[in-house]
Design a protein around this ligand. Structure first.
Ligand SMILES: [Cu+2]
Length: 184
């Protein structure tokens, strides 16, 4: 019953579409894979006195997964993640969430919320070494909660069902990729 020619034609078309869709899918998903960013606090000025860090922090958008990096000479500064009250008072005797003191401190922003940072060396916080950032959920995370409806795929001809079932994973991936394309 199975006409081998038509079967192999179907398979060729399926594989062709799979390759094209895969390439589109890979190129479309690449930017979101590299979306996590490192932010050097103070940019070239780094974590030092004499820089206005609140204006530095307002230049950037921070999303979940990003990293802020505090670079400074060890012992001259430190970086404390603190509560809002402590950020406002610059009194590091309470309200400290985490302390970083290595001189090359990488702090990953794992939650969508406000973060406050100060330097707890005497006078530095009041002198400007403090900032707040509002970390947002990334776009990739927020869109993945709505699952796109894939385009309906016409059922394969009966004679080819068995052959195609050997490649069911291929079709599954094809449906998934189609969904991704049409959701763009
Ligand atoms: Cu300092």
């Amino acid at each position: 019953m199975c006409k081998q020619k038509s079967c192999s034609k179907v398979m060729k078309e399926t594989n062709f579409h799979l390759i094209v869709m895969s390439l589109i899918f890979i190129s479309a998903s690449f930017p979101s894979m590299v979306k996590s960013e490192d932010h050097i606090v103070g940019d070239d000025e780094e974590w030092n006195t004499g820089t206005n860090f609140q204006s530095w922090s307002q230049k950037y958008n921070f999303t979940v997964g990003d990293v802020v990096v505090f670079k400074y000479v060890k012992g001259q500064h430190n970086a404390y993640e603190v509560k809002e009250e402590t950020y406002r008072s610059c009194d590091g005797s309470s309200g400290v969430i985490a302390k970083y003191e290595t001189g090359n401190d990488r702090v990953q922003l794992n939650q969508a919320r406000k973060y406050w940072f100060i330097c707890n060396v005497a006078g530095h916080c009041l002198g400007g070494m403090r900032f707040s950032i509002d970390v947002k959920q990334s776009d990739a995370n927020s869109t993945s909660t709505t699952s796109p409806t894939p385009e309906p795929i016409p059922p394969p001809p009966n004679s080819c069902t068995r052959l195609l079932s050997n490649h069911i994973w291929t079709l599954g991936f094809y449906i998934f990729v189609s969904g991704m394309i049409f959701s763009l």
